[in-house]
Design a protein around this ligand. Structure first.
Ligand SMILES: O=C(O)[C@H](O)[C@@H](O)[C@@H](O)[C@H](O)CO
Ligand SMILES: [Mg+2]
Length: 382
């Protein structure tokens, strides 16, 4: 079998889908994108296609090494997202060629269902209570929300109290009938993370995500020593080589590699295995589309330490399209009492509505994340 063509579609809300065609009529789909830099990843995928056209798509490991090691400069969000989406599509082709879901190619399922969670509240974490009440109606009991708005490197007791009060309200309203993670979203400095973690401790969040920016990873062990709240990170780490420093340094209880940013299925199953060796849980990051989610689920079902799966239904970013709008077999993404069933179909398990993708790609927005500023006019972490 030979790869004949790569086609990219940028589609609302902020996703990009890749279709890889072969000379035997089998096509694979992937989702290579970095939110806010889709056009840059588009260019990277097009450059990498030089290594792919004419090659055997079933030799995923070799193609992965060629794409990664073939360039003198490697790693980082753009290149690893491009490789990720291509890798997803190659696994999709292989599964379809052999008539089995990808998890069968990775040794079969270690579990019968996979626990998921939903976002509540938006960029500025307001009315999370209503969001939780609505989602509980459809059997979802685990949530995630942003922990703060803009926060200064050193901020006020008032700002800390506002962040904590929101969380206290949730526990007051729901007790421990629900669970929730708090995403600091990299908005919190190391000194303020220590303050916030201490104040949040009594409310027992399931985890605190990105307690500091990934570039401040050396603080993870110190912050972990200062709190009993499990710390999570990973969406802004892009390969085993980024994660190995975090495993070695310690402090992170849950790693969250993004299947569309960290080199795809080939790389993320290896990151999951490294995590297991350090007794670290896996909770793949996925605020993106259905192909990325399907790739996550393929890894979840073969990873003993997979504990939670993010998905973007109702997320505040999905303006202009919802998670399953481009999926024909949405019934396969069965959620029962907050758990996904394994995807039954060959490959990644997603049947893409190509017509709808092509139509939507005509009006794809150039999504950018908001640029926030502090009251003094300086740039704030979003
Ligand atoms: O946990 C999450 O989903 C992420 O922090 C998410 O909010 C960001 O990755 C966002 O997609 C960046 O544009
Ligand atoms: Mg996050």
């Amino acid at each position: 079998m030979k790869i004949t063509k790569l086609t990219l579609y940028r589609v609302p809300p902020r996703w990009m889908f890749l279709k890889i065609e072969t000379d035997e009529g089998i096509t694979g789909w992937g989702e290579p994108v970095i939110e806010g830099r889709a056009r840059t990843v588009e260019a990277a995928v097009n450059e990498l296609s030089d290594y792919l056209i004419g090659q055997d798509p079933l030799r995923i490991n070799d193609l992965w090494q060629v794409m990664y090691r073939g360039g003198f400069y490697r790693g980082g969000p753009i290149l690893m997202s491009a490789i990720a989406g291509i890798d997803q599509a190659l696994w999709d082709i292989k599964g379809k060629a052999l008539g089995v879901p990808v998890y069968e190619l990775l040794g079969g399922r270690v579990r019968d269902k996979m626990k998921m969670y939903s976002w509540v509240g938006g960029d500025r974490p307001a009315d999370v209570i209503d969001g939780i009440l609505t989602l509980r109606e459809i059997g979802i009991h685990t949530f995630k929300m942003n922990g703060t708005e803009e926060l200064g490197v050193i901020d006020t007791a008032q700002a800390v109290d506002a962040a904590v009060a929101r969380i206290a309200q949730i526990r007051e309203a729901f007790g421990n009938s629900i669970e929730f993670g708090i995403d600091f979203h990299g908005r919190v400095s190391a000194p303020m993370a220590k303050v916030l973690l201490r104040e949040l401790e009594p409310h027992r969040p399931l985890f605190v995500e990105e307690p500091v920016l990934a570039e401040q990873a050396e603080y993870y062990p110190r912050l972990a020593d200062a709190t009993s709240i499990p710390l999570a990170a990973g969406e802004r780490m892009y390969s085993r080589f980024d994660f190995k420093r975090v495993f070695h340094g310690g402090g992170i209880a849950i790693v969250q590699p993004d299947l569309s940013h960290a080199g795809g299925i080939t790389e993320c199953v290896k990151i999951a295995a490294m995590a297991e060796a350090y007794d670290v849980a896996l909770a793949p990051h996925c605020p993106l589309g259905p192909i990325a989610l399907a790739a996550c689920l393929q890894v979840d079902f073969v990873s003993h330490n997979a504990v939670l799966q993010e998905q973007s239904m109702g997320i505040h970013y999905n303006k202009g399209a919802e998670l399953f709008d481009y999926v024909i077999n949405r019934e396969d993404f069965q959620i029962t009492d907050g758990y996904f069933a394994p995807l039954p179909k060959p490959g990644l398990g997603v049947i893409v509505d190509e017509e709808r993708v092509i139509a939507a790609s005509q009006s794809a927005p150039d999504w950018r994340n908001p640029l926030w500023r502090h009251p003094d006019g300086s740039v704030a972490e979003w």
